[in-house]
Design a protein around this ligand. Structure first.
Ligand code: NIG
Ligand code: FE
Length: 414
C-alpha cells in the first residue's frame, strides 16, 4: 500500500455502489462513513471503510492522519474559461451603475474586450496566467478542470488557447478537459457577416481543431444576439460529425431554448440555464444531458438563479461549476460557490458535493474514473479541515482545504 489516510472524522464517498450519476432524492445522500480510512495503491483507491475494519491496509504505507477532518472526492470543475488575458473591472463598475451585460457587449466591451487582449498576448504569457488560476482552483479542491477556448475567435488565436490548455494538462498535476468554444461570440471583423463566421467555424476552424486533436468537446454560446438556435445547431452538428462531444451555453440571459437543443442533440451538458423553460427541464431530464449550474455567474451579474430545485425534482442530472472567466465570474473559490448554491438555490450541502463531483465527472465522461470515493477509482481526494461536510459551506468565505491528492499523490498542502 502506498498511502493510508487514517481516522478521518468523515469520508464523503458520494457513491458506494458504482453509481454513474445522482438524481432526485439520491443527490442529497452523501454516502458518508464516520471515523474512516482510505488506502491508496498505485494512484487508485484500494479500500475505504470504517477504521474498525481497516485490518492490514496500513502495511508499508505512508500514513496521513486526518483526525477531525473530512475527506471528499477531488472536485471536478466542469465549466471554466480560464485561458484569458486582461481584466474587466471597469465593466463590473459599469454594471453596478445600471448598464446590462448585453449593453456592455454591444458597445464593444464584454467578450470582445478579452478577445482583443488574448490576441495580443503571447502563448507563454497566456500559459503563465492560466497556470496561476489553475493553482488557485487546485488550492480550493479542484483536481479535474474543464477549460474552454473562446477568447481567440480566429483559427490562429483559438489554436493558441487550445495549445495552452494542452501544455498545462501535460504539466499537471491537474487533469484538464479541453473544449473548443470558437462560437463564444461573433468577432468584430465579422460583425456585418455573421454567416461568414459560422462558415469559417464549420469549414476551417472545427476541422483543423479536430485534425489536431486539441478538443474533446465543442461548446456554443446559444443566446439572443450571440448564436441563434439555428446557427448553434449547424456548428454543433458539424462538431459531432468531426468526433467531438457537445456542451451548450444554454438559456443564460434569455429563454431561447438552448436547453431543448442540447437535449435533442444528445449533448453531454447544458450549462447556465438561468432562464430554462419547463419544457427545457423535462427535455434535459429525459435525455440525461447534465444540467450544469453556475451560481457564481448569477451572483456576480445580479441575475435570478437557475431553478435548481425544479431540475432536481424533475430528475435532471444537476452539476455545479465555477464558470471562472473575466466577465461574469472572476473567482476560483469553489467553496463560496457552494455556499451560494445553498443559500440562493436551496441546495443542501450534500447535494452541492454530489453536483461538484460525480455529476460533474459524468458531464465530462469521466464518472467511471473519478467523482466518488470507491475502491478502484482514481485516488483524487481533498482533505478538508472541518469535522463534517456541512461546515464546508456553512463557514463560508475561507478555504477549508488542508491537502489535495491527485492520482494518489499529495499535490497541494495548505
Ligand atoms: O459563461 N456566457 C458566455 N460566456 C461566459 C462569459 C464570458 C465573458 O463575459 O467573458 C459565461 O458567462
Ligand atoms: Fe461560460
Amino acid at each position: 500500500m502506498d498511502l493510508f489516510i487514517r481516522n478521518a472524522a468523515e469520508v464523503v464517498c458520494i457513491s458506494r455502489t458504482g453509481a454513474r450519476d445522482k438524481t432526485g432524492s439520491n443527490l442529497a445522500e452523501p454516502e458518508a462513513i464516520q471515523n474512516a480510512g482510505i488506502a491508496i495503491d498505485h494512484g487508485r483507491i484500494a479500500w475505504v471503510g470504517p477504521m474498525a475494519e481497516s485490518q492490514d491496509h496500513f502495511q508499508g504505507a505512508t500514513v496521513i492522519d486526518a483526525t477531525g477532518k473530512t475527506v471528499i472526492p477531488g472536485l471536478v470543475d466542469s465549466h471554466t474559461h480560464l485561458v484569458f488575458a486582461g481584466s474587466r473591472e471597469m465593466e463590473f463598475e459599469a454594471r453596478l451603475q445600471g448598464k446590462t451585460y448585453q449593453q456592455i457587449a454591444a458597445a464593444g466591451g464584454g467578450i470582445q474586450a478579452t478577445v482583443n487582449s488574448v490576441r495580443q498576448a503571447a502563448l507563454e504569457d497566456l500559459k503563465e496566467q492560466a497556470r496561476r488560476r489553475l493553482r488557485e482552483l487546485l488550492a480550493f479542491g479542484a483536481t479535474t478542470i474543464e477549460v474552454k477556448s473562446g477568447y481567440g475567435l480566429s483559427l490562429e488565436d483559438e489554436l493558441k488557447c487550445l495549445r495552452v490548455i494542452a501544455a498545462l494538462n501535460r504539466e499537471g498535476p491537474w487533469e484538464l478537459v479541453p473544449t473548443f468554444l470558437g462560437a463564444h461570440a461573433v468577432p468584430a471583423e465579422y460583425a456585418s457577416n455573421r454567416a461568414g463566421y459560422v462558415r469559417q467555424l464549420t469549414t476551417e476552424m472545427l476541422p483543423e481543431v479536430a485534425r489536431l486533436g486539441l478538443a474533446e468537446y465543442c461548446d456554443v454560446f446559444c443566446e439572443t444576439g450571440v448564436f441563434s438556435l439555428f446557427e448553434s445547431e449547424l456548428i454543433l452538428t458539424r462538431a459531432r460529425e468531426l468526433g467531438m462531444k457537445l456542451r451548450v451555453h444554454a438559456d443564460e440571459l434569455t429563454p431561447l431554448g438552448g436547453g431543448e437543443l442540447a437535449a435533442r442533440l444528445g449533448a453531454a451538458s447544458a450549462d447556465h440555464l438561468l432562464r430554462v423553460s419547463a419544457r427545457g427541464i423535462e427535455a434535459l431530464a429525459e435525455a440525461g444531458t447534465v444540467a450544469i449550474l453556475l451560481p457564481g455567474t448569477a451572483f456576480f451579474l445580479g441575475e435570478a438563479y437557475a431553478p435548481a430545485r425544479r431540475l432536481i425534482e424533475r430528475g435532471a442530472i444537476v452539476a455545479l461549476a465555477s464558470d471562472c472567466n473575466p466577465g461574469t465570474c472572476p473567482t476560483e473559490n469553489l467553496q463560496i460557490l457552494g455556499t451560494i448554491a445553498c443559500t440562493q438555490m436551496k441546495m443542501l450541502p450534500a447535494e452541492v458535493l454530489s453536483a461538484f463531483t460525480l455529476n460533474a465527472a459524468r458531464s465530462l465522461g469521466r464518472e467511471d474514473r473519478m467523482g466518488s470515493i470507491e475502491a478502484g477509482k482514481q485516488a483524487d481526494l481533498v482533505i478538508c479541515d472541518v469535522p463534517n461536510h456541512r461546515q464546508l459551506f456553512y463557514h463560508f468565505g475561507v478555504n477549508h482545504v488542508w491537502q489535495v491528492i491527485k492520482r494518489g499523490r499529495v499535490v497541494h498542502a495548505a
